[in-house]
Design a protein around this ligand. Structure first.
Ligand code: M6R
Length: 607
């Protein structure tokens, strides 16, 4: 996730406005920053790695000339957070400057073609190919807008783009496929930004560009076109009535709810990971004698779920380990044949970093899965994958959990292909189902986003909750419990359902709510027995199960019905969503702040 801002002013300098706009978008990324402005037909570009204020001051960017310009604050996806990878990116001639938020999936192929045509690249980003593609089209002697449209038609993936060129110095071009971009107009000029808060100081008259659209901005307004056929699109301006605070949360009352609803997009981004990183990590994993999946909190639950995936798909035994226990538990036996996959949203969790340092000292191979490309974990790991969820502000991990699972599932499938322990058809089928998961999550949000509140109203007064699941769903149960516990402070237990009769069942008495996570699959039959055990002791059963699963529905007091056909191994991704919503709405009902639960910090950097 990155932030984009652009403006064409009728009078005055664009650069200070771009600076102010990017500050409002800093939450979208902050590892490097860059501006491109145009003055008297000349293109000026300044950029570097670092936080916005620091870079802008050091490079005196507010002094850049011109009343037209674009700016970018970056959250690295392709290429390290260094000056060369900072946006804007330019073509060979230095006439076109491009800023981008998103991921271009086919950039390797396009780059190869452009290299063969003699283009020179200076960065390792996917974005730079766009400037060169436009340059290539400009050779056909077409107008700038047409050259850009033709270039865009080659792109696969997600993008919000801002483009300026010295050959067309009065305009900014913007385009969107999935990644957001909003246009705004006022008597002072025309603006574009990744998000409304950046526009609000200048205008509340906006238009949201839709996926597949392109716009040409000048100082008097903008024209929208369809990217594929170039036809004009007419759209009325919309008046934004949100306060700045509301706008920062895109109209959601809390960041957590916004982040829950961002999951279809963050999952699509996680699916766009470059295969070579998946290949690289899976190759390291395949070499190990023993494989640890090590993490804290929610990330640890992602590791538990992943251990089922690796075992079932690639016949690889893995050990999920809590980071703070890792050194005591396995520290002495680690060696050169050990592989440790550290999973951490922040990449800065103290316990996780301690454990990887220990593993490195013992010559183990340390790999990382993180949301923070420039984190300590990504620097210390032999290789890492960026899960590409974008910044998560709510203390409770939501979209980063589901993206971690998506990354780990891709690794498990990759290893399944290499090892050939299950049939190619099975791998292909699961792969196809995996591609559908973002849509499934979207469907779950539509179905249960509001209706979950009825369940919350019914159970708001409870003093204890129990969460149970079998197989991979025990990880979903654990994570669902953690969400409820950390947000509502209601004491709750979670166990693999088969374990409950070895102790936890003693807390069950009349009316205690027990949440069962029971997708269809191998573990489905056993869960029926567990539900009966609980019912016999007076528990009230809330089931998260597949739509129309008669046996489970008949045994349950309340049911959250999920779309049909989700493979059990991928089920933690959609099945956690109703539990995230349940915990969120219950916290709100209790008058608690779900974004900042007591005693917790987003990143636990202390022992
Ligand atoms: O940044 P990390 O993934 O390493 O963080 C690990 C835990 O601190 C984190 O998942 C924590 O449990 C969340 N607040 C749970 O919602």
């Amino acid at each position: 996730m990155c932030g984009i801002f652009g403006c064409i002013l009728k009078t005055g300098k664009a650069a200070p406005i771009i600076h102010e706009g990017l500050k409002k978008l800093e939450y979208r990324g902050y590892d490097s920053v860059g501006f491109a402005t145009i003055d008297s037909g000349a293109l000026h570009v300044r950029k570097d790695a670092g936080r916005i204020d620091e870079v802008v001051e050091r490079l005196e960017m507010e002094k850049m000339p011109g009343s037209l310009g674009i700016g970018h604050t970056r959250w690295a996806t392709h290429g390290a957070p260094e000056m060369v990878n900072a946006h804007p990116h330019m073509d060979c001639e230095g006439r076109v400057a491009v800023i981008h938020n998103g991921v271009i999936e086919n950039f390797m192929e396009l780059k190869e073609e452009l290299l063969q045509k003699g283009h020179n690249f200076t960065s390792r980003t996917d974005t730079e190919i766009i400037a060169h593609l436009i340059e290539e089209e400009m050779k056909e002697d077409v107008e700038m807008g047409e050259a850009i449209l033709r270039a865009l038609r080659n792109l696969e993936g997600s993008y919000a783009l801002g483009i300026v060129s010295s050959t067309d110095p009065e305009r900014i071009y913007v385009a969107r496929n999935e990644s957001p971009i909003v246009l705004g107009v006022s008597e002072h000029g025309t603006f574009c930004a990744s998000d409304v808060p950046a526009l609000l100081p200048y205008t509340n008259q906006v238009v949201y560009l839709r996926s597949g659209e392109f716009a040409v901005m000048d100082e008097d307004g903008f024209q929208i076109k369809n990217i594929q056929d170039g036809t004009s699109v007419v759209r009325e301006l919309q008046e934004i009535t949100w306060t700045l605070e509301m706008a920062e949360k895109q109209g959601y009352p809390h960041f957590m709810l916004k982040e829950i609803y961002e999951q279809p997009v963050s999952l699509r981004n996680a699916l766009r990971l470059q295969q070579r990183y998946i290949d690289l990590l899976s190759a390291f994993m395949d070499r190990g004698r023993e494989l640890f999946l090590m993490a804290a909190g929610t990330s640890y639950y992602a590791c538990i779920a992943a251990s089922y995936m690796f075992s079932r798909l690639s016949r690889l035994s893995t050990y999920p380990v809590i980071a703070s226990e890792f050194i005591d538990q396995y520290g002495s036996s680690l060696g050169i044949d050990s592989v440790v996959v550290a999973v951490s949203q922040s990449g800065e969790t103290y316990d996780t970093l301690q454990a990887i340092e220990h593993a490195r000292m013992r010559a183990a191979t340390v790999l990382g899965v993180t949301n923070t490309v420039f984190s300590t974990l990504s620097r210390r790991a032999r290789a890492y994958i960026s899960q590409q969820s974008g910044p998560e502000i709510g203390v409770a991990a939501t979209k980063t959990f589901t993206s971690q699972l998506m990354v780990l599932a891709q690794l498990a499938l990759r290893l399944a292909r290499t090892k050939g322990k299950i049939s190619q058809d099975e791998v292909d089928e699961l792969d196809a189902k995996m591609q559908e998961i973002p849509d499934v999550v979207e469907e779950v949000l539509k179905r249960h986003g509001e209706s979950i509140k009825d369940l919350v109203d019914k159970y708001a007064g409870e003093k204890l909750f129990v969460f149970l699941g079998r197989g991979i769903s025990s990880a979903t149960a654990l994570e669902g419990r953690l969400k409820l516990l950390e947000l509502t402070y209601i004491p709750s237990l979670a166990y693999p359902a088969g374990e409950s009769k070895h102790g936890p069942i003693s807390v069950i008495e009349d009316g205690v709510p027990v949440v069962f996570v029971c997708p269809r699959g191998n573990s489905r039959q056993n869960i029926v027995g567990s539900i009966m055990e609980m019912k016999a002791r007076g528990a009230r059963i809330i089931s998260i199960c597949e739509e129309g699963d008669k046996n489970i529905i008949e045994l349950s007091d309340d049911v959250v019905e999920m779309p049909v056909g989700i493979p059990e191994l991928l089920s933690p991704i959609p099945y956690i969503v109703p539990l995230q919503l349940f915990a969120y709405h219950l916290a709100v009902k209790k008058g608690l702040d779900p974004d900042m639960p007591r005693n917790l910090a987003k990143s636990v950097t202390v022992p």
